[in-house]
Design a protein around this ligand. Sequence first.
Ligand SMILES: [Zn+2]
Length: 481
Amino acid sequence: MTHDKLPLEPLFDKIEELKPRFIDRLTRAVAIKSVSADETLRPEVAKMADFLVDELTALGFVDIQKKDLGIQPPPVNDPKLPLPPVVLARSGADSSKKTVLIYGHYDVQPALIEDGWNTDPFVLTHDTVKDILYGRGSTDDKGPVMGWLNVIEAHRQLGWELPVNIVCCFEGMEESGSVGLPELIAQEAKKYFSTVDATCISDNYWLGTRKPVLTYGLRGVHYYEIVVSGPAADLHSGIFGGMVGEPMTDLVKVMGSLVDSQGRIQIPGIAEMVAPLTDEEDKLYDPIDYSIDDLNDATGAKISLHDNKKDALKHRWRYPSLSLHGIEGGFSAPGAKTVIPARVSGKFSIRTVPNIEPRKLDQLVVDFCNEQFAKLGSVNTLKAQLIHDGNYWVSNPFNDNFTAAAKATVDVWNIEPDFTREGGSIPITLSFEQELGKDVLLLPMGRGDDGAHSINEKLDMSNYINGCKTLGAYLHYYAKQ
Ligand SMILES: [Zn+2]
């Protein structure tokens, strides 16, 4: 893609010049232990919200609100535990300009140095040899959130007007299920968010370590349980074995019928609902920087079901998959216990894609389990049901929002981005799209090996600084689309 370049060099130079300030901003953010999963650290999460309010105020944002989401529902130790507020803020109210909503989260995953960190997780540590910043939240998601603030600061220092109006929505509960946020988005759709033209979320990662990506799809997940019940209590196989129908035998047979060893789902009717692959979509896979060796490295074994990257990635992103997760109630300890479990529950899930209809899928799954069980002629009983679900999301990678981000990426990284999807879910993406009725773009800052939820989480300096440039350039290109 060649495009008419906007004169953004002064912005890029200013971002380079402000690098020490941007590192300092991220250092101060990482130092706040805003772990949403740890109730004892809830005051730190609140402190992080205040930190954002202070930064936004200093950067000239207006209409700054800390939206109270009430008390955290059970299970909690403290029945009065307040949910962290959602921080809303705006910059600009020029009706001749477009408005971009930027979403990020200011809470982080738990981290203890004893987990195996090489450095204190809450002290942003700059490895000057590798030029990498280590610290909890560096890439997920404090780096990107600070990135947006940095972009605003660079504009102010240049005396540049922002090319679009900005609406910020920063939440503090993302790592703990975004409790309360979908309701808030619905509530504010026609109020605080009423002028929004597009949403940009920077909270995922490049596929690998070398090439920037833009993400246009996420799979959904439907999680199911099959319960097989027989005797009133666990029995001894030496006394009852051979005389009674055993629930575990039935469950293993039914679970074994769901998917084959090549990963093919055996439930009729699901494959028929999958959107056909178009040539245009197929072409998006050609340039993607990925190989079967990358897959082998990630899994630590040669267990790929496909012999080429395109098929492998399609099965991760645009086809459904069924995984068997475990059996509750069965004997699973070491040794050789001769129990006949009375009641066993098998857990499995299906990753969903367009155009699978959620309720039709549930019906097909439950019917199939019942049919397979009926074939066994068992004396036991079986009940199959959905435990929870979240829908898939897919956007048009050729729309204005993505086109602007692609141009920004070319300007900053000097390479066309790969268009990727994620095999997992970011449920809030769908909430923004459905409630606001506007396009959502996933524009990641960090790399695939950043270790977002694990030890030694990091953000490469080049990703932080070029990431800021990309976010800034995206706003300028989007304004012109
Ligand atoms: Zn995140």
